[in-house]
Design a protein around this ligand. Structure first.
Ligand code: SAM
Length: 291
């Protein structure tokens, strides 16, 4: 069976169905089977793995997932793709397509209903780039019980997600994702493997979801507020960002200063130099100081 993901078969499918790309839905379809092999390999799929796909398009990645995994459930927002997917995925009995916006979907219930008894659950997708971060954060914050996430996204976002402290890419997104996962940029992907080619460079990232968050904190929500506030103005010191950005920060300058001292963090440092453990110690110390 010829792969969907070749330029000629993709063109033929799109032409026969009179399909036109919607840029606003991030529709850049994969047309290179080699990249698809590398994605499924990176995800380490077996027949005991269940897979959630987001945005199957015309099924290019879906069929590779169906061949290597036990079962695939794919969320697709664009109704026009349903008759196409019906045709292209017809040979695969282990695929279910749900016509829903993944950001509005009750993914947890779908997991309970569709993947009972699977040893492993992975999210594997070529994400729509206009909503990459909200999708990843929804999966992590809603604590969808997946073991890992292997997705294509803008290289620039992949660099930020996997960044280490004291680099220019390191910021609140790096911390939010690394709190829940071990993040690694797996490989960079050239524009030529997409139809139409996107405007930005792409990469595959691999996120292994941790059993427990990387650090333990008294109050998760406050921890994330502290990290976001610390990066509000990257050139400013951590003390200045916290004083200017935390609710009531200006009145509590002394307490913020004391919390930094107690957490062993020099107030003149910049947020981008702090590790996850230092942010955890700082957020707990701020709470102890009544901030
Ligand atoms: N998986 C296909 C491939 O690799 O060729 C298509 C990937 S394309 C980059 C992104 C897909 O996500 C499109 O099919 C688009 O319609 C779909 N999509 C966009 N926003 C979505 C959303 N909020 N929920 C579910 N699917 C979405």
């Amino acid at each position: 069976m010829k792969d969907i993901a070749t330029p000629s078969r993709t063109k033929d499918i799109l032409f026969r169905h009179g399909f036109s790309f919607k840029k606003s839905l991030g529709q850049n379809f994969l047309i290179d089977p080699n990249i698809l092999h590398r994605i499924t390999e990176t995800a380490g799929l077996t027949k005991e793995t269940g897979v959630i796909e987001i945005g199957p398009g015309i099924g290019a990645l879906t069929e590779h997932l169906a061949r290597t995994a036990g079962k695939v459930v794919a969320f697709e927002i664009d109704q026009r793709l349903l008759p196409i997917l019906n045709e292209t995925l017809e040979p695969y009995e282990n695929v279910k397509v749900i016509n829903e916006d993944v950001l509005k979907a009750d993914v947890k219930t779908v997991v309970e209903q569709e993947f009972a008894g699977f040893e492993q659950l992975m999210v594997v997708a070529n994400l729509p780039y206009y909503v990459t971060t909200p999708i990843i954060m929804k999966l992590l914050e809603d604590k969808i019980p997946v073991n890992g996430i292997v997705v294509m996204l803008q290289k620039e976002v992949g660099d930020r997600i996997s960044a280490k402290p004291s680099t220019k890419e390191y910021g609140s997104l790096s911390i939010a994702v690394q709190y829940y996962t071990e993040a690694e940029l797996a490989f960079v992907v050239p524009k030529t493997v997409f139809m139409p080619p996107p405007n930005v460079d792409s990469a595959i990232i691999k996120l292994i979801v941790r059993d427990e968050p990387a650090v333990s904190v008294k109050n998760e929500e406050f921890f994330f507020t502290v990290t976001r506030t610390s990066f509000a103005q990257r050139r400013k010191t951590i003390l200045n960002n916290l004083v200017n950005g935390l609710p009531g920060g200006k009145e509590k300058k002394e307490n913020i200063y004391a919390a930094l001292q107690k957490a062993g963090i020099e107030p003149a440092r910049r947020g981008e130099t702090l590790s996850l453990s230092e942010f955890a110690a700082l957020s707990d110390a701020l709470l102890n100081e009544g901030v």
